[in-house]
Design a protein around this ligand. Structure first.
Ligand SMILES: CC(=O)N[C@H]1[C@@H](O[C@@H]2[C@H](O)[C@H](O)[C@@H](O)[C@H](O)[C@H]2O)O[C@H](CO)[C@@H](O)[C@@H]1O
Ligand SMILES: [Zn+2]
Length: 300
């Protein structure tokens, strides 16, 4: 990735927009660190404006540490906001927001549960209305790059599916009013990378604090290698920052070296290269990009 020009801020003037502006849209606190921790840390360290919008507080999640098992509902949501704040500190990201404000949209629970019928949950949200709230952020930040999930939300969770729909609708609305987001990416993992990572996990499992290993099918967004357009490699301090951010989400994630598990206790690889599929905008060159902003000129 190239070094963007540092903004010249004249005394008294409002600081100009930073040259590179990345917007990520996620469903729950923890998704951003799992999917994009390296990417967020690298761009934040390079001086880009990294904005995270999380759609719910994750108050219907399970809780891993026994000493926190008493947390549930609003108390868990508040606790997870604290975890998100700590994770953002670890990644060096200072602009993170809840869509419509904390508690505007409730966690919908896993697909098929009665929780999905909660009238206040994200799964029941009016997508256009929610996209309008996200459009307010787009109008303020004017991101050149948007990252979100694929149409299945990576693994079929209702909040992930809705986060995808809201993000893609907001991108449509921004384009319709003359301020298109230049490049839109979906979180992906190339199948060959997932398969080799799980082969290594199975070898190392006896030395890990996890009883079982998950499988490739449990990893969100796995696609054939040729669909991968972009990879952001963990360099410098970014891998350690990602692991620290994931550890900050202690109610949801247990990290052990280059692996982690969610509350289902199924070990999976902690990827320190993060992969994307470009779905809107111009691809640069024939091979994989190494920069989400590749091909984007300086935009005010
Ligand atoms: C990574 C992610 O999206 N987590 C969601 C998910 O949590 C999973 C859920 O509790 C499931 O029952 C467990 O087996 C699994 O281990 C959890 O990761 O769904 C939660 C409820 O909607 C959500 O709060 C959490 O962030
Ligand atoms: Zn999630």
């Amino acid at each position: 990735m190239t070094e963007p020009p540092s903004p010249d801020v004249r005394p008294g003037a409002a600081p100009p927009r930073r040259a590179r502006r990345l917007l990520l849209v996620h469903a729950h606190p923890d998704d951003e660190s799992i999917n994009n921790g390296v990417t967020m840390a690298r761009y934040a360290a390079e001086g880009a404006h990294v904005t995270l919008v999380t759609c719910t507080l994750g108050e219907r999640g399970e809780v891993i540490p026994p000493e926190l098992a008493h947390l549930g509902g609003a108390a868990l949501g508040e606790h997870r906001l604290g975890e998100l704040t700590a994770a953002m500190r670890a990644l060096g990201v200072d602009d993170f927001r809840l869509l419509g404000g904390p508690g505007r949209y409730a966690d919908s629970g896993m697909m098929g549960l009665p929780d999905n019928d909660d009238p206040g949950c994200l799964w029941q949200a009016d997508v256009d209305q929610a996209a309008g709230l996200l459009l307010d952020v787009v109008r303020e930040v004017r991101p050149q790059v948007l990252v979100t999930y694929d149409p299945d939300g990576g693994y079929g969770h209702p909040d992930h599916i809705q986060a995808h729909r809201i993000a893609m609708r907001a991108a449509e609305l921004a384009a319709a009013e003359g301020h298109p987001i230049a490049k839109v990416y979906w979180n992906r993992v190339p199948r060959s990378t997932a398969e080799s990572a799980f082969a290594r996990l199975r070898e190392e499992l006896p030395g890990l604090p996890f009883a079982e290993a998950a499988g490739v099918r449990d990893v969100p967004g796995v696609v054939d290698d040729e669909r991968i357009t972009t990879e952001i490699r963990g360099e410098g301090t970014a891998p350690a920052a990602k692991a620290a951010a994931m550890r900050a989400h202690a109610t949801q994630i247990e990290v052990a070296g280059e692996f982690f598990a969610l509350s289902n206790e199924l070990a999976q690889p902690l990827f320190t290269t993060e992969y994307y599929e470009l779905v809107r905008g111009e691809r640069t060159g024939a091979g994989r990009e190494d920069d989400l902003f590749a091909g984007i000129g300086e935009t005010p």
